[in-house]
Design a protein around this ligand. Sequence first.
Ligand code: SAM
Length: 387
Amino acid sequence: MRMRKKKNLVSRMEACGKLLIAEPEAEKGQWRSHMPGAAKLRLELGCGKGRFTAETAAAHPEDLYVAIERVPDAMIVAMERCQGMGLTNVFFIDGDAAALDRYFAPGEVDLIYINFCDPWPSVKHSRRRLTHEGFLRSYRHVLREGGQVHFKTDDRALFDWSQFQFPKAGFELSEVTRDLHEHGVQGVMTDYEEKFHAEGIPIGRCVGTMGPLPDVPLETGLSRRLTAWDIHPVAEDEIGPVLALLQSDPEYVSLEGSQPDQGSLRRDIAALPPRCTVAQKHYLALWRDGVPQAVLDLVEGCPRERTLFIGFMFLAPERRRRGEGREIVEAVLQAAGDAGMDSARLACLKNDTAGHAFWRALGFGDLREDRLTGEGSAPVWIMERLV
Ligand SMILES: C[S@@+](CC[C@H](N)C(=O)[O-])C[C@H]1O[C@@H](n2cnc3c(N)ncnc32)[C@H](O)[C@@H]1O
């Protein structure tokens, strides 16, 4: 349900002006100057009307408290609450939880609260959930080592799903409960929590403590996900069968402009984008029953440190339109996430309309038009998505 527009929002905001940080980017690395000697910096994402904000800040006068909320009509209620209680250790950002690294310096935050975030129940919106692995990885940019995320929700499906997200982003789980108030009210309640609790809905809670990222090499992550396939880099004595696979596709020539041969395949295997090293490159064949059936050319950290570049993906013609291509790409994206990437990029030939539709259906969006370097310099769509 949409919030009714609050009357006199501007004048009410002005009346709470001391609590509002109008330019949070300017505070990056400087937050403790608002409260010299603060023991911790606690950060709340999506504070809503701020019952939890006010009561937690009051309970920890030794700590600095920053609340982010992207709906000013809700945030003004939280601000007035804190001002009414005379709190001087709370500040508000009218902003987006997705932009934390613009507001805070690495290691500046000790603890993040996520209370009753929007569940985004549709799978296609899952990456908008504030406990999605991608969001959790973004919190790593501002949390200190050993910092924590405290998460509460009434949504059982979101809670259970989140239990898998935390470890993937390098957070160790503790204090996991699916019925926090089973034996009486525990800790400070939020506005939503009070309502749900009164309706008898159990509240889930857990704490994630930031440790090292799981270090799963890309090829290992891929093999773990595509267990029916034997996946490994193309060795010299495998050039013949891999070439035969590529040559089996009549569409290959019309798209690429020429028939692949041993020379072109060897060049593709060795090719490196500018400033990339051999360690970043994975030219892989995917085998079934001793026969290569798919090929992937992947470059980690290209063109940015946390982007995986999908240079080439090929599936045997007879295996297409069975969902296997999608399955392979999804495994590549998940393995990229495990290997520390946060996005995937590719260049799709503009004359490859079927390919373009395929990547779009997999969530890749057009970033810009470009041309391939080298011979022919064919026009391409540069496409990208988060992993
Ligand atoms: C369901 S309400 C819960 C409010 C409060 N935490 C509570 O438990 O009562 C979720 C709140 O998060 C805010 N929110 C959702 N996504 C956000 C984001 N990306 N950045 C900042 N606020 C967000 C919404 O505007 C909303 O006020």
